[in-house]
Design a protein around this ligand. Structure first.
Ligand code: XMP
Length: 527
């Protein structure tokens, strides 16, 4: 498969990625401040970075210590080009050492929520924010002396120099992570850098993305045909809606009903999505096929492989049928994918051709499918995709649908997947979703997997009798990007209602347990 590699938009703030996924969050925060941002790898030579004409540069955090052998470094020229630079955590330490400050390997680690003492309230970054504010720290080394020409603007109990700035040269840095929610004034400080430090105007929106994309899809596809695999998830739905708007009946969507969907989801795609978009939809009922392929399999990786393989087979068959049904029409040459910016970044920083991770595709379509890709969401983050979906008039339930894994309930049954177990889990899941919605918690919770421990039984008592049933696990998590997550502190009364209803209404379930593990160390899905 091949994909056009859209040129970097001009006027971006570039986030230099030193690893550990902080860069994505920073880029999102910059866009939340309505300034367009893109990520570049830290291995990119400085002259290349500068050749992109960035409006400002942010150096991200990263897992290394500046003292480690082979730790990523940055050429001093970056700080001398007159481009405003903001260093965060590792980026801050790199800025300090590169410009002649001192960073000590003190061994005094600071991790988690830490009080920051702002010593220069009139500084560009901190003006208008409290002199004491909680910030999120994650470091072992500490800056003890700022480079010449810099003024120290904040400290912590452990670190004498926790923030500094050189307004004249437009260089700023903080030891902590302003991009994470736990740094309560982090967004304000980032905005101060963007608007006051770098003099940028907040004028970037997703509004013009639609028009831009429609034009470019029309140019790419011409009068040929395209297909799109719909999963019911927001990404493929928005991508399909956008392409439908651009090329209308030249697009056919394929929805593979593998029987691993939650209650009502297939109907949602069949009815609501089609009603909202007018898209041509081909639904393939492949439930039997998936169930028999999964029979006897408990290993999660094995299940994933089987689901992926079957999905491809069904999809290819559907594609052949679409061609056979209208053999004289233009060829089907394009495949629409809901690839998002994080997928692009993770597969090479958006600088090379797409190396698509199977995880992010509907079923993980193989490279040797003879298609050119249409990926209208390549520059967008998830929340931006939702905004585009909303503007395209997609139903609320699709636009704000919580993330759901491609292999569906197949990986939310720990143990073998059978029709009975799927039905049981679907019922439990529907109850949990109903109660969460009724309690108005849908937007507060990133997602709430409901998991069936099919291989576990425990003793219970119901009515007058002893039971020996399965536990259901509730896994409500709060997250911004699913890379890290915390378990959601949900109201007890909602948990109680879900538990009572599930144990009363779902046969064979006699316990409901709550997963109180963050990610890491746990993942979001159980599998
Ligand atoms: P984990 O379990 O790795 O999940 O913490 C992170 C996020 O990814 C979702 N997920 C998937 N999404 N195909 C998808 O489209 C998959 O195979 C898949 N596996 C996990 C998961 O729901 C969570 O949002």
């Amino acid at each position: 498969m091949s994909s056009a590699n859209p040129a970097a938009a001009p006027d971006a703030v570039l986030v230099v990625d030193f690893g550990a996924q902080y860069a994505q969050l920073i880029a999102r925060r910059v866009r939340e401040a309505r300034v367009y941002s893109e990520i570049v790898p830290s291995t990119m030579p400085v002259d290349e970075i500068l050749a992109k004409n960035p409006k400002a540069i942010i150096l991200s955090g990263g897992p290394s210590s500046v003292y480690e052998e082979g730790a990523p470094s940055i050429d001093r020229a970056l700080f001398e080009a007159g481009v405003p630079v903001f260093g965060m955590c590792y980026g801050f330490q790199l800025m300090a050492t590169t410009l002649g400050g001192t960073v000590d390997n003190t061994g005094a680690r600071e991790y988690g929520r830490t009080p920051l003492h702002v010593s220069k309230a009139s500084s560009t970054l901190f003006e208008g924010t409290p002199t004491e504010q909680p910030v999120w720290m994650s470091h072992g080394d500490a800056c003890s002396a700022a480079p010449e020409g810099f003024s120290v603007t904040a400290s912590t109990d452990v670190v004498p120099v926790a923030a500094f700035e050189n307004d004249e040269k437009k260089l700023y840095g903080v030891q902590y992570h302003p991009e994470v929610m736990h740094s309560t004034h982090g967004q304000q400080i980032l905005e101060h850098f963007l608007y006051r430090g770098a003099g940028l105007t907040p004028d970037w929106t997703t509004g013009n993305v639609i028009e831009e994309q429609i034009e470019s899809i029309r140019a790419q596809v011409g009068d040929r045909r395209a297909i799109c695999g719909l999963s019911g998830g927001v990404d493929s739905a928005v991508a399909a809606a956008l392409v439908q708007k651009a090329i209308g009946s030249q697009l056919t969507c394929v929805y593979v009903d593998h029987g691993l969907m939650r209650k009502g989801e297939t109907e949602q795609v069949e009815k609501d999505f089609v009603a909202a978009t007018g898209v041509q939809l081909k639904v393939v009922d492949a439930q039997e096929r998936f169930l028999s392929a999964l029979a006897g399999v408990s290993d999660p990786e094995e299940k994933r492989k089987i689901i992926g393989r079957e999905f491809i087979r069904v999809f290819e068959q559907a594609q052949a049928e679409i061609v056979a049904e209208a053999p004289n029409d233009q060829p089907v040459e394009f495949l629409v994918q809901g690839t998002l910016y994080p997928d692009v970044v993770e597969s090479g920083g958006g600088t090379g051709t797409a190396n698509i991770k199977s995880h992010h595709n509907v079923g993980g379509l193989p490279e040797d499918l003879e298609f050119q890709l249409v990926e209208p969401l390549r520059q967008l983050f998830k929340d931006e995709v939702r905004m585009v979906g909303q503007e395209l008039g997609l139903p609320e339930e699709i636009v704000h649908r919580q993330p759901f894994p491609g292999p569906g309930l197949g990986i939310r049954i720990v143990g073998e997947v059978t029709r009975e177990r799927l039905d049981l889990l679907r019922d439990a899941d529907a109850i949990a979703r109903e109660e969460l919605t009724a309690a108005g918690l849908d937007r507060d919770i990133w997602q709430c997997p409901v998991v069936l421990l099919a291989d576990v039984r425990s003793v219970g008592v119901q009515g007058d009798g002893r039971t020996y049933g399965h536990p259901i696990v509730l896994r409500p998590v709060s997250s911004e990007d699913a890379m890290t997550a915390d378990w959601t502190r949900m109201p007890y009364d909602v948990l109680a209602r879900i538990s009572t209803r599930i144990t009363n209404e779902v046969r064979d379930v006699n316990r409901v347990v709550l997963d109180v593990t963050s990610k890491p160390p746990g993942t979001i899905e159980w599998e």
